[in-house]
Ligand binder design. Structure first.
Ligand SMILES: *Cc1c(COP(=O)(O)O)cnc(C)c1O
Length: 478
């Protein structure tokens, strides 16, 4: 029920008291021509309305949310408690350095730990999401080539197993995208890479683990090939929870990297935010980073911006509260804790993959990293049950569907990332649901075609919803 449908003319609340200061008269130019049609509801109605909405939504707190590539894991409440401390939440971005030394220290420490984790020399905290970080990293690479007068490099090489945002970001940064093929093991096809790498290569963007959940076995050879052509290597580290504490992109030959703090370093995210995609780079590229970095001098923290910086990506300093949550997460886990994060992320994915491999076809059936992919093509051919039907069947079993129909290189793909914060019982329960659905596909497929039946709405026309979204209420009298 919408809040407008709860509205009763004349009902209201007296939470907002009568005006006890002189009324300020706005100019007619700024006033509405007619009264806004706001819902008229009592405080009880509002409270129940939001409670109702909260019950209809689904999040990590309701159960496993194995949305591949998105790392929908449990977010420790400690992060939230610290982020909402008034010393952090009640500051203004225009306050002076003197009065915000604590906040500057948070950013300084975050830069420092991220450098250590990623094997980089400097980090900018400005980018507000992963894709924003990619754009930032590419502009950093572009600035580097431009400063050296190496302007014919107008191509970025991107494997077909990259995250979809990679080619989009490269195009936005003004580059031509050259796709590099994968071999049958899911790695970058080295021969194809050698063929396309040349003196017009600005760089390579590598998603690792790639979108099929695989750590590229030839990663050092890949970065060597790119460097020998004069290009730079960009590491899409959005899914760092697969490798954090085990290996560093910088040690594998990468020059620039972005990390998704809202994934690996935990911030409740989804539905578009909030995020933070800091970008790290090696010494030679530092001077081009956007915005401000924090430096420490005589026990005081300062904002510093190089003249050669390519500019600004956001107002002020990025999503400070997400950076703060990440710092709390890093400090509370410590070095050993972060190692366990990646160990458990990889263990959980392999545990599920192993239990499901006798039932479903697994794409690239080898040890995976933090996620794996079911290929439901054969099931669809044999029973008519598609990846979509499986996903809908999961909803009726209280499980959020995995990522569907991505990556595009796998037919009828379901990409499953259990994350490191699920217990064995939760993984077993999910595996059982998948198995039950497989069984049902053969015995009662219609039931899956009809799913979900336990939700407020059933099958939605997803094309219609995307093409003609209804985002405003139509009053019955209109
Ligand atoms: C999530 C993700 C991105 C994009 O991050 P956003 O914060 O959603 O912009 C990029 N690359 C990979 C590999 C990802 O998993």
């Amino acid at each position: 029920m919408l809040i407008f449908e709860r509205s009763k003319a004349g009902r209201g609340t007296d939470v907002i008291k009568d005006l006890d200061v002189e009324e300020y008269k706005l100019s007619q130019d700024f006033l509405r021509k007619e009264e806004a049609r706001l819902p008229e509801v009592a405080e009880t109605d509002v409270s129940r309305h939001y409670s109702d909405l909260a019950k209809k939504t689904r999040g990590v707190n309701d159960g496993i949310y194995p949305l591949g590539s998105c790392t929908m894991k449990y977010n420790p409440r400690l992060n939230e408690a610290v982020a909402s401390m008034k010393q952090f939440s009640q500051i203004h971005p225009l306050q002076s350095e003197d009065t915000t030394q604590g906040e500057l220290e948070v950013m300084y420490l975050a830069q420092k730990y991220l450098c250590d984790i990623a094997g980089m020399d400097q980090f900018t905290l400005q980018p507000a999401a992963g894709a924003h970080g990619e754009f930032c990293g590419l502009l950093t690479i572009k600035s580097y080539h431009e400063k050296r007068g190496d302007v014919k490099r107008d191509k970025i090489l991107i494997p077909d197993s990259a995250h979809g945002t990679n080619p989009a970001s490269a195009t936005m940064a003004g580059y031509k995208v050259i796709e590099v093929k994968s071999d049958k093991y899911g790695n970058v096809d080295i021969e194809d890479l050698k063929r396309v790498c040349g003196d017009d290569t600005a760089g390579l963007m590598l998603t690792n683990p790639n979108t099929v959940g695989i750590f590229d076995e030839n990663i050092e050879e890949i970065t060597e090939i790119i460097h020998s052509c004069g290009g730079l290597c960009y590491y899409d580290g959005a899914n760092l929870n697969a490798i954090v504490g085990q290996v560093k992109p910088g040690d594998m030959g990468f020059d620039v990297v972005h990390l998704n703090l809202h994934k690996t370093f935990s911030t409740p995210h989804g539905g578009g935010g909030p995020g933070s995609g800091p970008v790290g780079c090696k010494k030679e590229l530092e001077e081009f980073l956007p915005g401000f970095v924090i430096e420490k001098e005589d026990d005081k923290y300062h904002f510093v911006k190089e003249d050669s910086s390519f500019g600004e990506l956001t107002g002020f300093y990025g999503n400070f509260a997400v950076v703060l949550r990440a710092l709390v997460y890093i400090l509370s886990n410590g070095k050993d804790g972060l190692k366990k994060v990646s160990q458990n992320a990889v263990l959980n994915a392999n545990y599920m993959r192993h239990l499901l491999e006798d039932t479903y076809d697994i794409a690239f059936d080898r040890t995976c990293m933090h996620e794996f992919i079911i290929n439901a093509e054969r099931l669809k051919n044999e029973t008519g049950i598609s990846a979509m039907d499986i996903a809908k069947g999961l909803i009726d079993r209280g499980i959020h569907p995995p990522t569907m129909y991505f990556p595009l290189t796998v037919e009828e793909a379901l990409m499953i990332e259990p994350t490191e914060t699920e217990s064995k019982e939760s993984l077993d329960n999910t595996v059982n649901a998948f198995k039950e659905i497989f069984e049902e596909a053969h015995t009662n497929p219609q039931k899956l075609h009809d799913a979900p039946i336990t939700t407020v709405v059933g099958r939605l026309d997803e094309v219609e919803a995307a093409r003609n979204p209804i985002v405003r209420y139509t009053f019955p009298e209109d």
